[in-house]
Design a protein around this ligand. Structure first.
Ligand SMILES: [Ca+2]
Length: 429
């Protein structure tokens, strides 16, 4: 193609040269001699002849040139298509490729702005809620201030909540009743062998009988799983209105009962979860000293309707059950002082200090089971952690609701009144 184009260009150059000659006319002075035109300067006719002479060739070249242009045009058309394609590609590339840094930044900022807008709306909602809470708190604070003022006024009044201890003292509660004490409440007593006085709850009835209370269970508020020292000294709470649970203490009970001249009666009062009440009186009740591990002794069941659980009980498991569950003559045991007749540790497994044999038919310091009924599962796999038991009334899987253990001189037990109307002599049950 290139040689052809060169020849075509040469033909065109010739054409222009001829045209110039034509425009100049017959200006001989400047005419150049040329072998193609003869020995004369060409004239119009001569030029025409000359052109006719080359016309076919020029036409051919023109046609060829036209073809070439057409080819080029076709190529251009392809280029257009290419350009369109490239444009599309660029757009597509822009769409798909990662945006540049600034585009990213601006997009990110937009996202941030949207997010901040959302955050601001959320925070406004929160502030509204907080505002409500603040209002609510302010109202509460106002109420509390009002309460505080009321309390302050009450506090300014003389306090009436001090424990009232009655002024009369004696060797025990009967002695206090004998001295004129008529009100049940807290008194100081000092038994003959005691080195110092101690506080007790005296239950004084209208017949002038003064019971010294040594044990009280009411609601399970005091844990009776205590050690030797605690059972020795006593634990729980003495209250002037008899509303609290306590164990007076083995040493004090020993001092109160270690009176050779005056027989003492232990009265046990029991209440179940239906409100039924029963009691048992044991005559000649006495607790040995600490060296004898506060051994329990009594002479016999003196009265009551609760049955003689202290004498043991035949559970049907073994003929020796009754003998090994009796309590008379048995030493006191705690989990840290095992004085029982059992290979194991009754106090530890049953969760209380008590006059443990192997182990018991009566167990008034047992675990407190609200509602009364408990199962082996509640009490542990081997029936440990027994409840408050008095098996001659309720079975061993029934824990009593309330118990009281109190003492009184034998001489006063028959004075009449209250539960004494039901007292029967031993053997009459
Ligand atoms: Ca033992």
């Amino acid at each position: 193609m290139v040689p052809s184009l060169v020849s075509t260009a040469g033909g065109l150059l010739l054409l222009f040269t001829l045209s110039n000659a034509q425009l100049r006319g017959d200006s001989i002075g400047t005419c150049q001699r040329n072998d193609g035109f003869g020995k004369y300067c060409p004239t119009t006719c001569g030029v025409a002849d000359y052109l006719f002479k080359y016309m076919d060739e020029v036409t051919g070249d023109l046609n060829h040139f036209g073809n070439e242009l057409e080819t080029i045009a076709n190529l251009t058309e392809g280029a257009d298509e290419t350009i369109v394609y490239m444009k599309d590609s660029t757009t597509s590339a822009q769409k798909s490729a990662s945006p540049d840094l600034y585009f990213k930044k601006s997009a990110s900022m937009l996202d941030d702005v949207v997010r901040f807008e959302k955050t601001i709306i959320a925070q406004e909602e929160q502030m509204f809620e907080l505002g409500n809470i603040i209002s609510s708190n302010e109202r509460r604070m106002a109420d509390l201030k009002q309460l505080s003022l009321q309390l302050q006024q009450k506090c300014n009044e003389p306090c009436k909540d001090t424990v009232e201890i009655q002024p009369i003292t004696g060797t025990d509660c009967q002695d206090i009743a004998n001295k004129g004490g008529t009100t049940s409440g807290l008194y100081y007593v000092k038994p003959a062998k005691a080195t110092e006085q101690f506080l007790v709850y005296c239950e004084i009835d209208s017949f002038g009988r003064g019971f010294t209370v040594i044990q009280r269970r009411r609601d399970g508020s005091v844990d009776f799983n205590k050690n030797w020292i605690q059972y020795k000294n006593g634990f729980g709470y003495l209250s002037p209105d008899d509303t609290t649970e306590f164990w007076l203490g083995n040493e004090k009970i020993h001092q109160l009962t270690d009176v050779s001249t005056i027989p003492t009666v232990l009265r046990i009062e029991l209440m179940d979860w239906d409100g039924n009440k029963k009691y048992a009186d044991y005559n000649m009740f006495r607790l040995g000293n600490e060296d004898d591990k506060y051994r329990l002794t009594y002479a016999y069941l003196f009265g009551g309707d609760a049955g003689d659980a202290f004498a043991g009980f035949d559970f049907g498991d073994d003929p020796s059950d009754k003998f090994f569950t009796s309590h008379n003559g048995i030493q006191f045991s705690t989990f840290d002082s095992d004085n029982d007749k059992f290979d194991g540790n009754c106090a530890q497994q049953d969760g209380s200090g008590w006059w443990m044999n192997r182990c018991h038919a009566a167990h008034l310091n047992g675990k407190y089971y609200p509602g009364g009924r408990y199962t082996k599962k509640d009490a542990g796999e081997h029936g440990y952690d027994n409840g408050i038991i008095w098996v001659t009334w309720h079975d061993r899987w029934y824990s009593l609701k309330e118990t009281t253990m109190k003492i009184i001189p034998l001489s006063r037990i028959t004075a009449g009144g209250g539960q004494q109307t039901g007292v029967k002599q031993f053997g009459g049950l």
